[in-house]
Design a protein around this ligand. Structure first.
Ligand SMILES: Cc1cc2nc3c(=O)[nH]c(=O)nc-3n(C[C@H](O)[C@H](O)[C@H](O)COP(=O)(O)OP(=O)(O)OC[C@H]3O[C@@H](n4cnc5c(N)ncnc54)[C@H](O)[C@@H]3O)c2cc1C
Length: 295
C-alpha cells in the first residue's frame, strides 16, 4: 500500500481551513489524526490533491466545562479525553469508554471529531454520546448529534464545513452511565450505553442507545419508556426492554454476524448494561463507567 502524493496544508484557524476547502473543492479534505483518511488514500478508496490539517487550530483542541456541559474540541484525541482531569471529575464514564476505543497508537492521534465525521457505523463514541443527548457544534450551527450523524459514512457537513466541538450535558449526580461493547475485529460489533437515574427503589429515567449492529447508532426510546418508573427488581420489565431495544436497533448482517445474532447481542448487552447501572446504589455519573471489549 503506497500513499499517493498530496499537498498538506497546516492551518491555524477555522476560517483558513474553510477558505482552502472551498478553494480546492472536491480535491480537498480535512485531515486530523489521519487514522481513517490515510488508510482510505492508501487503499485507493479516495483521492485528494490537498489535505487541510486542522490539528493546529487551537479552538478545536480544548476540553472545557460550559454551563454544566462538557465541550470537547473536535480535534481532541481519544487519549486526551481519556486522560483529562476534567472528564475524570465530571463524566468518568466517558474516559472509561475512550480507554477502550481502538488501540493506544490510534487513540494517541485519532480524534473524537474524526471518529464522528467519518461516521463509521461501528463507533463507540457515537453510541455513548447519543445516550447523553450530545450536540454537534459545527460551522453550520449547533445540532443534536442524532441529526448530525445522517447515516453510514455521512454527516450533515456540507462542502467547506467543519465540526468544531461536541457538547455533552453532564448528567446529574443520581445518574449512572455504563457503556459496554463486544468486538471480534478492530471495530466494535455491538455497542450499548445506558444512562439510568434511580430514586429510592425505582428507575426514574432510563436512556439507552444501541450502535454498531446496524448502519447507525439509535436511541431505543420504547425500551426507555418501558423502564421508566419500574422497580429495580422487575426482571420481566428489563427482558421486555431488551427486546424493544433489539427491535429498535436496525441490525443488519455483516462480517460480525447475522441479523438474528446481532439482535441477541443487543438483548444481552442491554440487560448487562442496565443491571450494572443499577447495581451500585451509591453510584452516579461520576462513578467509573464500565466497558468490556470481549465477553
Ligand atoms: C485499528 C483501528 C481500530 C479502531 N477501533 C475503534 C473502536 O474500537 N471504536 C471506535 O469507536 N472507533 C475505532 N476506530 C476508529 C477511530 O476512532 C478513528 O479512526 C479515529 O477517531 C479517527 O480520527 P482521526 O482524527 O484520525 O480522523 P481522520 O482520519 O483525520 O479523519 C476522518 C474523517 O473525518 C473528517 N474530519 C476529521 N475531523 C474533522 C472535522 N473537525 N471537521 C470535519 N471533518 C473532519 C476527515 O476529512 C475524514 O473524512 C478504530 C480505527 C482503527 C484504525
Amino acid at each position: 500500500m503506497t500513499l499517493p502524493p498530496f499537498d498538506l496544508h497546516p492551518v491555524e484557524s477555522v476560517d483558513e481551513a474553510r477558505e482552502l476547502l472551498l478553494r480546492y473543492g472536491e480535491d480537498a479534505a480535512v485531515i486530523c489524526g489521519g487514522t481513517e483518511l490515510l488508510l482510505l488514500l492508501k487503499l485507493g478508496y479516495a483521492g485528494y490533491g490537498h489535505l487541510v490539517d486542522i490539528r493546529g487550530i487551537e479552538e478545536l483542541r480544548g476540553i472545557r466545562l460550559e454551563e454544566e456541559a462538557l465541550v470537547i474540541g473536535a480535534a481532541a484525541t481519544h487519549r486526551e479525553i481519556e486522560r483529562s482531569p476534567l472528564v475524570a471529575e465530571r463524566l468518568p464514564a466517558l474516559a472509561e469508554m475512550e480507554r477502550h476505543v481502538a488501540n493506544i497508537r490510534v487513540r494517541n492521534v485519532g480524534s473524537l471529531g474524526g471518529n464522528l465525521c467519518f461516521s463509521d457505523p461501528h463507533s463507540d463514541p457515537a453510541t455513548f454520546l447519543l445516550a447523553l443527548d450530545a450536540e454537534a457544534e459545527w460551522t453550520g450551527g449547533r445540532t443534536p448529534l442524532a441529526d448530525f450523524l445522517v447515516g453510514p459514512y455521512e454527516t450533515a457537513l456540507q462542502p467547506g464545513q467543519l465540526l468544531r466541538a461536541i457538547r455533552i450535558p453532564v448528567p446529574g449526580d443520581d445518574v449512572r452511565v455504563v457503556h459496554r461493547k463486544l468486538a471480534f475485529h478492530e471495530r466494535p460489533a455491538a455497542t450499548v450505553t445506558c444512562a439510568v437515574r434511580v430514586r429510592d427503589n425505582s428507575v426514574t429515567q432510563a436512556r439507552i442507545a444501541v450502535g454498531s449492529v446496524g448502519t447507525r447508532a439509535v436511541r431505543a426510546t420504547a425500551a426507555e419508556r418501558r423502564l421508566a418508573g419500574v422497580s429495580l427488581d422487575d426482571a420481566a420489565a428489563l427482558t421486555e426492554a431488551a427486546e424493544l431495544a433489539a427491535d429498535a436497533s436496525e441490525a443488519v448482517e455483516d462480517a460480525n454476524g447475522s441479523v438474528e445474532y446481532k439482535l441477541q447481542l443487543v438483548r444481552v448487552l442491554v440487560e448487562r448494561c442496565f443491571r450494572e447501572a443499577i447495581a451500585d446504589r451509591s453510584c452516579c455519573s461520576r462513578a467509573p463507567g464500565s466497558v468490556r471489549t470481549r465477553d
